[in-house]
Write a protein that binds this ligand. Structure first.
Ligand code: GLY
Length: 577
């Protein structure tokens, strides 16, 4: 007999009866669907994952061996990374999940929201200037977390296993510990310098040192409660009480009511036809999906200019930068939370509009930055950290998930008694429209702060299908570099016919309108030597960024999934027959 755990059963019963409480937002939004586990016709040789660390790969393998599908594995990975990849994996943040289930696309927006007490000017001083660091560190920087609600929605709707089963690996790692590797230890050290004793970060993570078996008993208790009681525990139970008390003590804005009213939202993903493929990607409040579609289509519109232009040659870098310039001009002007601002998605992804923008590309020299205005009528920075994972199952379902607490270890605030690292996602709002955020990107009124609003994101979990079957599952962290990185890897695979591992490992670069004519290069594969001289000779300034990206992707070759983890990170792949 199929096991139905109590939490899942009670939510299903409520859904059927239409009895949604008004006190718990994630239940208010409980869908009108009955639970519909995907069909089970085997179409691939194996299931596969590309994930940010080995513990989450082990968790996925366990879930597949227990008979779970891609959604069960994805939810287990997300909770595991919250324990073993605490710099970006989370339950104290939010994100986006793009799904392809039984041949149909879905998208869950579980992005954080501004607290009810948030105001448009909350990060400005009396002179109207941005107070440095206020939206980045400490309790003021925290948005209302969405991850637990998002995972609940996905697993409840499409999972095969019980909610308890998918939480079990994470609980084990939190309770029994996991071995800390060098990269994680280094990231903790860097973060501690940023937080500078201003938060309680050190109390919880001071011992996160290389080689240590790191245990998180408070987090284990939280995860156990969530496993037993469902997502409502996080938003309306003891965990909610602890988060609210901790925020009150630190003079943060989030109250229990904020948690109770939080909702994850099923949205229509952005979809476009490109090069014989269907691109399924993130809609607003992400800017990334629209940006990705514009990049792919503008490059296709200018294909004659790319004839005989070598990958990552000076001319290639110039042409791509010209295209990126126009995409970032639109991004700064038109994108924000669609529940608050009417984002012109159809116009921005319309073929004729994109062709017009493409026609403005100057094939020889950089266009004057000031002349590149938003096409329907400014640029901003987000933090580059975040984490992504890609999953396919042998039944042909796919999950592409990017989630974040913004910077590594978020705001540096750990909700007392929970071990939950809280995000600093409020920095992704335009604190003062026209002033760059942490990624150097500028925002407009579309992305100004309002209670319950979601900040603009670049996270772009993406799935490409061909003839109804999954071809590629891809995503990466990187703030505003996310969709330019995904774009480059897709180009490398489909335009340059590179095997996925090469396509991911190859050099990447980034331009985002502002600073003017500046091309960012990555430490992993710098733009240097003759290439640097030739790019500079074209009129560009080169700038190092302290971030590499971390693509996690799976390509389906025939019936065989080929997962690839970016050599820039500590990710791993796993194929589970
Ligand atoms: N905080 C990074 C992003 O949302 O894109």
């Amino acid at each position: 007999m199929k096991l139905i755990d109590k939490a899942k059963f009670s939510a299903t019963a409520l859904a059927v009866a239409g009895l949604f409480t008004t006190s718990a937002g994630f239940l208010e939004s409980a869908p009108a669907y009955a639970k519909a586990p995907p069909k089970q016709q085997v179409v691939l040789d194996a299931s596969a994952v590309a994930v940010a660390d080995k513990y989450s790969a082990d968790a996925a393998e366990q879930i597949f061996k227990e008979g779970g599908n891609a959604v069960d594995a994805a939810v287990a990975i997300a909770f595991t990374l919250a324990v073993t990849y605490p710099e970006a994996g989370n339950i104290g943040g939010g994100g986006f999940m793009t799904l392809y289930i039984n041949g149909k696309p879905y998208f869950i927006d579980y992005r954080e929201r501004a607290p009810l007490a948030a105001t448009r000017t909350m990060y400005l001083d009396e002179q109207g200037n941005v107070i440095k660091g206020k939206s980045l560190y400490g309790a003021d920087a925290v948005g209302v977390p969405g991850t637990v609600a998002g995972m609940w929605e996905a697993q409840h709707r499409f999972g095969k296993l019980t909610w308890k089963q998918v939480l079990a690996p994470a609980i084990k790692y939190a309770r029994d510990g996991f071995e800390v590797d060098e990269q994680l230890a280094q990231r903790r050290e860097n973060a501690e310098k940023d937080f500078g004793g201003k938060t309680n970060f050190d109390t919880y993570f001071g011992n996160l040192k290389q080689g240590v078996n790191f245990k998180q008993p408070d987090l284990a208790a939280v995860l156990t409660r969530i496993a037993n009681q469902g997502a409502r525990e996080f938003y309306n139970g003891k965990t909610a009480d602890l988060i609210a008390a901790s925020m009150k003590k630190d003079h943060g804005l989030i109250t229990k009511r904020d948690l109770q009213e939080y909702k994850a939202v099923w949205r229509q993903p952005v979809q476009a036809n490109w090069n014989g493929y269907r691109v399924i990607t993130a809609p607003p409040p992400s800017s990334g999906g629209i940006g990705l579609v514009q990049l792919l289509k503008m490059k296709a519109d200018r294909k004659d200019d790319f004839n005989n232009v070598a990958l990552n040659s000076p001319q290639y870098i110039h042409l791509i930068s010209e295209i990126e310039k126009r995409v970032f001009a639109d991004r700064a002007q038109y994108l924000g939370d669609p529940d608050f601002y009417k984002v012109p998605v159809a116009q921005l992804t319309d073929d004729a509009y994109i062709a017009k923008r493409a026609s403005e590309v100057n094939p020889t020299t950089p266009s004057d930055t000031k002349s590149v205005q938003p096409g329907l009528g400014t640029s901003m920075p987000e933090k580059a950290e975040t984490t992504h994972f890609s999953v396919v199952d042998k039944w042909g379902n796919a999950v592409s998930n990017t989630y974040t607490i913004n910077g590594y270890f978020g705001s540096g605030v750990v909700a007392e008694g929970t071990g939950i690292v809280l995000n600093d996602e409020m920095d992704d709002f335009a604190s003062k429209p026209g002033v760059p955020n942490m990624f150097g990107v500028v925002g407009s009124d579309a992305n100004s702060i309002e209670p319950k609003k979601r900040p603009l994101s670049s996270m772009s979990p993406t799935i490409l299908t061909k003839d109804g079957k999954v071809s590629l599952v891809i995503g990466t962290p990187g703030g505003s570099r996310i969709f330019t990185s995904i774009f480059q890897v897709i180009n490398n695979v489909y335009d340059f016919n590179m095997p996925l591992n090469e396509a991911v490992a190859t050099m990447r670069f980034h331009h985002q309108l502002l600073p003017p004519n500046t091309i960012f290069w990555e430490p992993y594969k710098p733009i240097d030597g003759d290439l640097a001289k030739q790019v500079e000779a074209k009129g560009y300034t080169l700038q190092a960024q302290n971030f590499n990206g971390d693509i996690q992707a799976i390509k389906i070759n025939g019936e065989t999934p080929q997962p690839v983890s970016d050599p820039r990170g500590r990710g791993v792949t796993r194929v589970i027959p």
